[in-house]
Design a binder for this molecule. Structure first.
Ligand code: NAD
Length: 480
């Protein structure tokens, strides 16, 4: 049992202002595995005050980038030595399959941290430019206190996309983890303390929607970085718009995988295990619309159904498991309701459906719908579970049109024997990323969404830009 009775505020473990408790329940056993205090507005106020003081009066924003990189490098080293316990904890909280968890819930977050440590040495923190009347120094300064709000599906990854660049930039942070996954942030807080990051630079208060909304609206927060649903993102954008607060939003998706007519089907459907079904289908960038050429539709339907039927569904702590349970009963019921919607809309279940694979645990059978048209709700709305929609297209133009016919624009992929052709198609898909014969998110390259999938970019140098203000210091030309 993981029991925590305090929050990480101002470099210390601080008792909560309220009495509410968040229970963390295993999606596999349905048993309580942890308890943490439920953050209230008063707790958020204390955390923001600590972050504000650390920014206004503390050493952190005034250190050189190299000095900050040294401290964050110590955090990165501690993280690297503890990837396994972090992965195990996230799997226990939300059911991510062990093999995926080691990689995506722990190793990649650590790589993101190390990426920004290394970037500090080469990033153009300051430059001289010739101006109209004389030399201009352009400096990049930290934006201030950051409110970071993250979801439960990839809790460490989404947090690190904010924490790592914010720290290197010289910002201070209040992070609010999701109530489903508060435990992993406590482990991280221990390492932050051990690494000697100054007090108040990182503050962590898990809580629900109200705590998040309070953090967003707090007048002492200079920037909000949010990952979560598009509905919440719209509300947050409205508040930040009113206050002209800086904001980065990483929201939902309904990404398309386009199978071109020359694709090798065996490798393509194998690629969907990750691109479409990673993390039990609970991934914002999951490619849940599979676009197949009408000429090869039956062949694709067969290969896809066979692959999905063969996936190992079960205990997420087992390294052979490919699909674990969904995060909560609520999520299980939501995904099942979409399976019903698909049936009512006239789509045909090729594999999976409403029979639960286990009585205990929040499992849903991985499901593929055939005969889907792009106007059906199962093709338009984010389901956030292991449910794929197979859609036929006529020719390449039609495939691009269908891929782009979405409110969202986050990820995507193109599968083909001809890489050049794949890249040409990928260029025409209006999403923040679109892979060819794979889908991956790389620490060094920007990640984010077009359209309703978000605002701004995380990762890469672009992800650091988002935590900096640019200031120009012009001066008269030297007299001859
Ligand atoms: P959610 O929007 O309900 O909650 C996300 C976080 O925001 C939680 O910590 C929650 O407590 C908080 N929150 C909710 N409403 C808020 C508000 N009005 N103001 C402030 N905070 C608020 O989303 P979820 O169900 O936890 O996560 C799933 C969603 O996250 C999916 O839509 C998924 O696509 C999205 N997601 C996006 C990315 C990305 O990078 N684009 C990555 C992972 C998940």
């Amino acid at each position: 049992m993981h029991e925590h009775k305090s929050f990480f505020i101002g470099g210390d473990w601080v008792a909560p202002a309220g009495t509410g408790v968040i229970e963390v329940v295993s999606p596999h056993t349905e048993e309580v595995i942890g308890r943490v205090p439920d953050g209230t507005e008063a707790d958020i106020d204390r955390a923001v005050a600590a972050a504000r003081a650390a920014f206004d009066d503390g050493p952190w924003p005034r250190l050189t980038p190299a000095e900050r990189a040294e401290a964050v490098g110590r955090l990165s080293a501690l993280y690297a030595a503890n990837v396994q316990p972090m992965a195990d904890l996230v799997t226990a909280e939300m059911g991510s399959p062990a093999l995926f968890s080691v990689f995506a819930q722990a190793a990649i977050p650590q790589m993101v941290l190390q990426y920004y440590v290394d970037l500090a040495a080469t990033y153009p923190w300051e430059e001289e430019r010739p101006g109209l009347q004389g030399p201009v120094t352009v400096v990049r300064e930290p934006v201030g206190v950051v409110g970071a709000i993250v979801p439960w599906n990839v809790p460490q990854f989404t947090l690190m996309l904010k924490l790592a660049p914010a720290l290197i930039a010289g910002c201070t942070i209040v992070a609010k983890p999701s109530p489903e996954t508060p435990l992993d942030a406590y482990l991280l807080a221990e390492w932050v303390k051990e690494a000697g990051i100054p007090d108040g630079v990182v503050n962590i208060v898990p809580g629900g929607r109200e705590a998040g909304a309070h953090l967003v609206a707090h007048p002492d927060v200079d920037k909000v970085a949010f990952t979560g649903s598009t509905a919440a993102g719209r509300q947050i954008a409205a508040v930040c718009g009113q206050q002209l607060k800086r904001v980065t939003l990483e929201l939902g998706g309904k990404s398309a995988a386009v199978i071109l007519d020359d694709a090798d089907l065996a490798t393509t459907v194998e690629g969907f295990k990750l691109a479409s079904l990673m993390n039990n289908g609970q991934a914002c960038a999951a490619q849940t619309r599979i676009l197949a050429p009408r000429s090869r539709y039956a062949e694709v339907a067969d290969a896809l159904a066979t692959m999905v039927a063969g996936m190992a569904v079960g205990d997420p702590t087992d390294y052979g498991t490919e699909i674990g349970p969904l995060v909560a009963r609520r999520q299980q019921e939501r995904v099942e309701s979409y399976i019903r919607i698909g049936q009512d809309e006239g789509a045909k279940i090729l594999v999976g459906g409403l029979n639960r694979p286990y009585d205990r645990g929040w499992y849903v059978a991985p499901t593929v719908f055939g005969d889907v048209t792009n106007d059906m709700r199962i093709a338009r709305e984010e389901i956030f579970g292991p449910v794929l929609s197979l859609i036929a297209y006529d020719d390449e133009e039609d495939a691009i049109r269908i891929a782009n016919d979405s409110e969202y624009g986050l990820g995507g992929s193109v599968w083909t024997a001809d890489e050049e052709r794949g890249v040409a198609v990928a260029r025409r898909i209006r999403t923040g990323s679109c892979g060819v014969n794979l889908y991956s998110i790389d620490p060094a390259t920007p990640f984010g969404g077009y359209k309703s999938s978000g605002l701004g970019r995380e990762l890469g140098p672009e992800g650091l830009d988002a935590y900096l203000e640019h200031k120009a210091i012009p001066r008269p030309a030297p007299q001859p």
